[in-house]
Design a protein. Sequence first.
Length: 392
Amino acid sequence: MTGAAEAELLRLETAVTAIAANLVELDDNPARKELDRSRLTGRTATAWADATEALTELWEGYRLLTEVIARAAAMRDKRRPSDSDRTRFAHEVLGRSVTLSTKVVPLAQRGLLGPGQVHTTCTPAQLLSAMEAAFATAVGVATRAGEAWDTLVPAAAEAASALENVRRLTRASAGSLTALDEADRRLGLFTATLATDPLGVEERDLAAVRSLIRRADAERTSAGELRETLTQRLADAHRLAADVDAAAEEARAAAEKAAGRFPPHEIAAVPLASPRPDLVAIDALATAGHWSLISPRLAGWTRQARELLAVLRDGAARNAGLLATRNELRGRLDAYQAKALRHGLAEQAQLSPLAAAARDALYVAPCELSAARRAVNAYQDALTAMITRNGR
């Protein structure tokens, strides 16, 4: 077999493995599933129709490519290939061996010596290139639609919540609802379009809704109401800051317990940033009476503090989980060694090295939990198998 053909077959075999994984992952993509379920309109409907056709071509191309590889591999693996086999092998891998379509030529359009069918063919490399383009088309549409939904659906829900809150407060104070009605109309149109045509919406339309809500809220809110609301929000912020401080202390304690006992890359780092200085600055604005400047800053501070709190709690849980997992594995090893002792197998020649390996893995620092788990499982499986054999 020729070196070039063998190298190309190896490249195709590697490529088809990656293609299978990527196609399955694309099939499982949440945005792709949502696009299939939704009644699409506008730009998204057009783009997804093209993407769906590209997906069909992708799967058909995958089938054709795997067939070519199978035929070529069978020829390559022959123990004594003939010259004809070598020629056919080179043609399969390097030549126009892929039949993309077969078209029947109407009798009225044939010449006397003309063929009854026309075959469209290409090389495996050309097919692979076309599949890459089709994959990019399908992934591009699914990605853009998914990003639009992931970003704008929560943003629209947040805007709807803000609108309803401002509407409730405006009604209570007998204020004008004109701006809010317009915001409601625009938000409804935006939300309806987003549901069926995520590629056809513009973020600036949602920004215009937010602007209307802010304007209505500013017109409604008196200085006293604003002060009262922000005073309560500041109190909530101080409670949140206390929660962050407690979570930071807990996260540091968990990290210290895990330090040295496990590899550094498995230990969750504890963020050093503290939200306290920014909250002190907001308190200073309140003391100076600059209430109109506080609300946006406090909203941003609260969002960041909650995010930090979540990170700290997750880190503490992860580091505590390392110790809990190690202790569970140690307990399991002890239990199975006791079981081996009851069955008179504690000093069995096949089991003793496995038990020693598991104990070494669990009582070394740093402890690789994955390796320790495998060692404990190996000892457990060997002991169970030996007890079963002895019972028989």
